[in-house]
Design a protein around this ligand. Sequence first.
Ligand code: ADP
Ligand code: TRP
Length: 325
Amino acid sequence: MRVLSGTKPTGEMLHLGNYFGALRQFVALQEKYDDALYFIADYHSMTSVRDGALRRRYTEAVALDYLGAGLDPQKAILFRQSDIPEVTELTWILTSVTPMGMLERAHAYKAAMDRGEAVDHGLFTYPVLMAADILLYHADVVPVGQDQKQHIEMTRDMAQRFNHAYDCEALVLPEPYTLDDTAVVPGTDGRKMSKSYDNTIQMFAAKKPLKKSVMGIVTDSTPVEEPKEPTGPLFDLWRLFADQAESEALATRARAGGLGYGDVKKELLEKILDHFGPMRERRDHYAGRPDEVEDILRQGAVRARAIAEPVLERCREAAGLGEPG
Ligand code: ADP
Ligand code: TRP
């Protein structure tokens, strides 16, 4: 069984939503599956990042976040999406079995249209490239946040349509993998944590900026001594770092009165620093060794291509493309 997932390089650092919604599962699953592939979706970032130097920087940042969070090149194939340009050929092949209506229903496209943005073809075709990412490597399981589940459904649909159209079994249908308790991580303003809302708490931020983000989490104006219901973004974030018993204890303290939001924020700050401390050290280690990181990605690409080539060849053969076999 094979697990695969990817992350778009669109920022300096991943945030708690990316970690709890995606990356944490990546790390756990590299232990569980025979093969694990995790890539940096730099082609995908082209729909929003229009600066080559910046893309390289963000790509390196995701590589460091991956390694820092505990993805291990001995256990997982870590690679850059664009090192395997074959994925764009499979994208083209899949576009011809993808109904327009399916892409018109895609959340990201619909949201951009609703915002009145000028949508380019790359954004419209985004789900097809994502399907190609998954199908090219015969992935069985794809860990993603809730918001990406729709893309996995579309991927299954495209695979089925291709196999049916060409009467073959060249493509394998993947399963999404999401955890219930990681539904949606709230941002500091209570909306979904997202770069686009500027409400993120970064995983590896230094103590000072981290403190600033945590202190900025919105709360109501209930005075310290009043009882409080343990709901809202502050408590939700706190609970991400706690087990059941700790969460219950916090609820009891909140309902008893005398617990200020400021205290909960201080505890949350400590929890974040403790949780990510060892990971930050590992990230720093790699940040000081860019050649080593580059080497890991290149070796990853060699291994990824070895998986991709025969799959693409089967698709080409089934579709009657290229030299007859
Ligand atoms: P952003 O919204 O900040 O641009 P991305 O869309 O790049 O984040 O998300 C990358 C991965 O992290 C996806 O798998 C997504 O589902 C997950 N993710 C992002 N934000 C959250 C969140 N607030 N809660 C849970 N998962 C999230
Ligand atoms: N679209 C995903 C995101 O925004 C990133 C991604 C690209 C991906 N290709 C993928 C995730 C393939 C899983 C599998 O988070």
